[in-house]
Design a protein around this ligand. Structure first.
Ligand code: ZN
Ligand code: ZN
Length: 119
């Protein structure tokens, strides 16, 4: 299987995954909606399978809650991944993946906090 790769909008930060990703998880929680501008789509991978291949010095972490921090590019502002501080996994924003991703839809979570403007 080809390696999964991804990058921020400007390309300063690039990463690769050498392992399996989960299916796509849409999160509707208030933190994700505010941070991404709307609900976020993620795939989860083991931290041990994940590597930043370029631009680690452009990466900044924002502590969005006691349980999560979000990595973004200081050049273009793309939110490219989220770390739930569990030391095991990293949560990738699937929009930053290079295609084809080979992924399929898995589930929606935190739908109880979805916006009041969509069904
Ligand atoms: Zn960037
Ligand atoms: Zn969320």
């Amino acid at each position: 299987m080809a390696k999964t790769t991804g990058q921020c909008h400007c390309g300063a930060i690039q990463y690769e995954v050498d392992g399996d990703l989960t299916g796509v998880i849409n999160c509707h929680c208030g933190d994700c909606r505010r941070w991404h501008g709307h609900h976020a789509a993620y795939a989860v991978v083991a931290l041990s399978d994940f590597k930043i291949s370029k631009g680690e010095d452009q990466l900044k972490w924002y502590d969005s809650s006691a349980k999560a921090r979000r990595g973004f590019c200081t050049e273009c502002g793309s939110s490219i991944f989220k770390d739930n501080k569990d030391g095991e996994n990293i949560v990738l924003s699937v929009g930053a993946l290079n295609t084809p991703t080979g992924l399929s839809y898995l589930k929606d979570i935190c739908t109880e906090s979805k916006g009041d403007y969509y069904a």
